[in-house]
Design a binder for this molecule. Sequence first.
Ligand SMILES: [Ca+2]
Ligand SMILES: [Ca+2]
Length: 208
Amino acid sequence: MGNASSSSKDFKEIAANSRLDHADLKDLLKKFNSMAVNGELNKEKMKKVIDLKYGGTDSAFSNILFNLFDRNNDKTINFQEFCLAYGYLVNRTLDDIVETSFKCLDLNGDGFISKSELRAVVLMNKKMEKYFKVYNKEKPLDQINLLPLEVSNVNKEADELFDQMDVNGDKQISKEEFLQLTASDPVLKQKMSNLLVKDESLDFFSKK
Ligand SMILES: [Ca+2]
Ligand SMILES: [Ca+2]
């Protein structure tokens, strides 16, 4: 404390926003620099890192993770965004969790959550659960398959959730619908943030 160099000032601000301490940030900076090119991490590079760490990727997973990181929607991830995402995954608190959940679940970023997006997300959650809990990360993510019965159960679950949230029945979930419903239903709010595979995403930052 008391050292007023500009980088320590930046660190202080990032530490406060991400609820991480100085040692965490130093560690994260090393990780970030090992992944980033010219101080930025783009989606392609992020997919490569996912592929390396999980033995494959899933487009719903990489889109969610990218949307979680890229808070200002400029299609690239800077160090501050990198830290905020990590802070959220570790501490589980984020001031704008509802907006962030919507942004993450809207995989293609068109401002709506479609039925196929929700299906893809619920399916990916199931796949990640298998990867972690059934195979204990020993089988590459690319080789994890769901049985036809699992797929139909997942689709049913996703469609029920979708119908619950598509209040006006126009076959898409708008941000207004999402904000209103989650504000009045804490269980639903929790369910939505649970779809962001927080535990599983932490491996993105692991050594390997
Ligand atoms: Ca960004
Ligand atoms: Ca969408």
